[in-house]
Design a protein around this ligand. Structure first.
Ligand code: SAM
Length: 212
């Protein structure tokens, strides 16, 4: 599939059935941001086959991993079980097959909410952000990393559809409306092996304020 934003759960199932489409290990920005945080409860929104969930659990986080591709979730679960059997996964992972644009997380159940390369049509993107924000406990942090819209003209990789690509200001506006305090909303360059230019990632970090 050339357009990762296109597709139903069945389309994604088909794609994951052919093997893992992603690099193993965390995205560079996810690694940088999360490494500075103490382990707690994490929600990995549209987790795919679990590269971040498994990495987080390896650091001791307790993870809720959600994706609507049953094939991806099963693949993640199998990998996690293998690692746990070797004693390499100190944190638990609860895997769930659900649509993240409608699935209601338990309010305040996460200290970290991660959205990594989740590209949805505008209405679904908005509801996914709002529902994701609702999962954050006071003091918790939401991190979004996505293919920025400027990739269409100045970057590389990601979907080629303007309406599903991310924009820092738009994401920040939705998260502010959902009661979060945005600490960072910018475009970050990421080098891509073999590419003649960098990928441009939307990076947004926001926290749920602690009530006085
Ligand atoms: C580009 S992959 C990113 C996976 C993972 N976050 C990562 O960074 O490795 C996008 C994922 O979004 C999932 N997805 C797309 N729409 C979804 C929806 N409405 N609900 C749940 N998952 C969805 C797909 O199944 C796929 O696993």
């Amino acid at each position: 599939m050339t357009d990762p934003a296109r597709g139903t759960a069945a389309d994604w199932d088909q794609r994951y059935a052919q093997g893992s489409p992603w690099h193993a290990g965390p995205n560079v920005t996810v690694r940088e941001v999360v490494s500075a945080l103490p382990p707690g409860r994490a929600r990995d929104v549209a987790c795919g086959d679990g590269r971040h969930s498994i990495w987080l659990a390896g650091l001791g986080w307790s993870v809720d991993a959600v994706d609507f591709s049953a094939v991806a979730v099963e693949r993640g679960r199998e990998t996690a079980e293998r690692l746990a059997a070797d004693g390499a996964l100190p944190g638990p992972i609860r895997w769930a097959v659900a649509d993240v644009s409608t699935d209601r997380p338990e309010p305040g159940s996460a200290d970290l909410v991660l959205l990594s390369f989740v590209h949805l049509p505008p209405d679904q993107a908005r509801s996914t952000l709002e529902l994701s924000a609702s999962a954050l406990a006071p003091g918790g942090r939401l991190l979004l990393v996505g293919h920025d819209r400027t990739n269409l003209t100045a970057g590389v990789g990601g979907p080629r559809r303007h309406e599903v690509l991310t924009d820092p200001d738009e994401v920040a506006e939705v998260l502010t409306g959902a009661g979060l305090r945005v600490e960072r909303a910018e475009i970050v360059r990421r080098s891509v092996a073999g590419a003649d230019r960098d990928a441009l990632d939307t990076v947004v970090e926001a926290v749920r304020p602690v009530p006085d």
